[in-house]
Design a protein around this ligand. Structure first.
Ligand code: SIN
Length: 282
C-alpha cells in the first residue's frame, strides 16, 4: 500500500488495477497535487477504482472526465437527456450486448476513446462484475518472435459491427445502423499500439471491433486473431471488480480491454458512463 498524504493507492493485482482511497473525485479536479497523484496512478495501474462516491453530481462526473480530455460522443448509446455527455447503461438482459466480450471502447473510430469514468447507480443482488485486462502484460508475455511479428501488422476495426451484434441480441439503439456505418467507415490501427504517456506497447485488437489483419490472407488473419483473442484472456493479466452502488471505475482504453460479466439476467443494472476522446493509435 502506498500512502501520499491522505490518498491511499492500493494495488489489486500485479499487472492491473488499484483502489484509490481518501479521494472524492467530485472535488479532486480543484487540487493539482491530487490530480497529479491520480495521473501517475492511472499510468501505473491502468484502471482506478473509487468506492462510495455518492456525493458525485452528474456535472462533477463530467468535469472529472474532462480533466483527461474532451468528452467523446459515442454514436449509438443512450444518453441522459439532462446531461448528454453521460451515457446511461440500463440493462436487464445483458447476454450478447457486446459489453460481455473483451473489448477496448470505440476502437472502430479513427480516434478511439482514451478511457471512461463509469459509476454504478443500481446493481443486481449479485453478479454484474466487470473485468479488465492489461494489454501491456499480454504483449509482454508474447515471445520476442511473436512480438516482432505483431509489431509489423495493422488491423481493420469496424465501429458498427458490435452494434449489429447487439441489435441481434435485442438492443434498440437511438440511431440506425446505416447512419452509424455511414459516419464511421472501417479504420486501421496497429496490432500493437504504443501508449503515448508510458511508451509501453500493448495488444490493440479485440473481438468486438477488429475484423481482419491487413497484411495477411483471410484464413491467416482469422487464425492470428484467434491466437491473440485467446491469449489476452489469461487470468494473470486481469482484475475483476465487484461493484457497490456509487463505486466508480476509471480505465485506460489505450492499454486495457474490459468485459462486463453478463450473469444477472432478469435483474436491473444501471451505470452512468462518461467517455473521454483519445488520439490516433500509433
Ligand atoms: C462497457 O463495456 O463500457 C461497460 C462496462 C460495464 O458496464 O461494466
Amino acid at each position: 500500500m502506498t500512502s501520499l498524504s491522505r490518498i491511499e493507492i492500493v494495488p489489486l493485482t500485479t499487472n492491473i488495477g488499484a483502489e484509490i482511497r481518501g479521494v472524492a473525485i467530485g472535488d479532486a479536479v480543484d487540487d493539482p497535487s491530487i490530480m497529479a497523484t491520480l495521473e501517475q496512478a492511472f499510468a501505473d495501474h491502468l484502471v482506478l477504482f473509487f468506492r462510495d462516491q455518492r456525493t458525485l453530481s452528474p456535472d462533477e462526473h463530467v468535469r472529472f472526465a474532462s480533466y483527461f480530455g474532451p468528452i467523446e460522443e459515442h454514436g449509438y448509446t443512450t444518453t441522459d437527456p439532462a446531461n448528454p455527455d453521460v451515457t446511461v447503461i440500463d440493462v436487464t438482459n445483458p447476454v450478447g450486448l457486446g459489453t460481455d466480450a473483451w473489448h477496448s471502447d470505440s476502437s472502430g473510430k479513427e480516434t478511439p476513446a482514451l478511457g471512461a469514468v463509469l459509476r454504478a447507480v443500481q446493481l443486481p443482488p449479485v453478479g454484474g462484475d466487470t473485468c479488465w485486462a492489461s494489454m501491456y502484460a499480454a504483449y509482454e508475455a508474447l515471445s520476442p518472435h511473436m512480438q516482432r511479428f505483431v509489431d509489423q501488422l495493422t488491423a481493420e476495426h469496424d465501429f458498427a459491427r458490435p452494434l449489429e451484434n447487439a441489435m441481434r441480441a435485442g438492443y434498440q439503439p437511438p440511431t440506425t445502423l446505416a447512419e452509424v456505418r455511414a459516419k464511421n467507415p472501417p479504420v486501421q490501427h496497429p496490432v500493437a499500439r504504443t501508449h503515448p504517456v508510458t511508451g509501453r506497447k500493448g495488444i490493440y485488437v479485440n473481438g468486438n471491433y477488429t475484423t481482419r489483419i491487413c497484411q495477411l490472407h483471410e484464413a491467416e488473419s482469422n487464425d492470428v486473431l484467434a491466437i491473440l483473442f485467446n491469449h489476452i484472456q489469461r487470468p494473470e493479466f486481469q482484475v475483476r471488480f465487484r461493484w457497490e452502488t456509487d463505486s466508480v471505475a476509471f480505465w485506460d482504453n489505450r492499454c486495457t480491454q474490459h468485459y462486463a460479466v453478463a450473469d444477472y439476467t432478469g435483474h436491473r443494472r444501471v451505470m452512468r458512463r462518461v467517455s473521454i476522446r483519445g488520439d490516433r493509435p500509433h
